[in-house]
Design a protein around this ligand. Sequence first.
Ligand code: ZN
Length: 161
Amino acid sequence: MATDRKRVRMGQVVSIRFSMTVDGGEQHRVDDELAVYLHGHGNVVPGLERALEGHAKGDVIDVVIPPEDGYGPRKKGGLRRIPRSSLAKDLETTVGTQVVMHSADGDVRSLWITGVEGEDVLMDESHPLAGLTLRYRVEVVAVREAHVDELLHGHAHPPPS
Ligand code: ZN
């Protein structure tokens, strides 16, 4: 009996090579990037995870992902101006960096740095790709069973060096 090629499914570690463009935004373009992720654990956007389901090494797929299956809609009024002095000293204030903020009432939220102005850091509650339609070309490079610790952690680990 011929061995079936390993298929992308829940609990497999999948290596992909991908390019991505968004409608109306050259600055978000990604070219020929390699990623390794644990499938079925929300490590990639839902639309991409769904599109890859059942594919095998060597498959190349084109997928168009609307915001609701990507990074969600843009949140209204989510812009923040925060004094640099109130943030951790070693925080990288590079545009696009994700910052996890803990408020006094125990709320945890993610913000993304959109710029620096004088003594202030500008942040947005929306992911930089929120509200955008994503166009991916993805090649499945490898599929393997996840290790137990990867399943426990919910993400892929790099191979031991
Ligand atoms: Zn881990």
